[in-house]
Design a protein around this ligand. Structure first.
Ligand code: ZN
Length: 141
């Protein structure tokens, strides 16, 4: 199995059929809007936190396939996690996209496909935009 091809396939699947896409009009959600001028990616992330647990994540945006797919993967990765677990996942994901070794007990899902991004430094910001947004949202509450 060609891993590069597999990774590309997973990214395209999330890009075409993203999870948790679409925003809600609900004041129980914290909304963060981030922009990546180097690529033109524009992402809005909404997070709902109840008793320290992320009970819902929403996202909407326009951008490249890496950015949009990463938003989808972020939403499934952090759903139902505590704020601390989510922060750990975000920290490991930042290492992953920089090509550093990660704890695969934490990065245990489709997020792993973004490890190829470090070969394209200009795309690292694309891959991390939605994760930076939710990190801000988590720390606001
Ligand atoms: Zn991008």
């Amino acid at each position: 199995m060609d891993m590069k091809l597999l990774y590309r396939q997973v990214i395209m699947d999330h890009y075409k059929n993203p999870f948790h896409k679409g925003l809600v009009d609900d004041k129980d959600y914290t909304t963060i809007h981030l922009h990546n001028p180097s690529c033109g990616d524009d992402v809005v992330v909404q997070v709902k936190i109840e008793n320290d647990i992320i009970t819902d994540v929403k996202h909407q945006g326009t951008g490249c396939s890496i950015c949009c797919a990463s938003s989808s993967v972020m939403s499934i990765s952090l759903m139902n996690k505590s704020k601390i677990q989510a922060q750990n996942f975000i920290d490991e994901f930042s290492k992953l996209v920089m090509g550093l070794p990660v704890d695969e007990k934490i990065i245990n899902n489709d997020a792993i496909v973004f490890q190829s991004v470090h070969q394209f430094p200009a795309r690292i910001k694309c891959a991390t935009l939605a994760w930076k947004a939710i990190e801000e949202g988590i720390n606001k509450k």
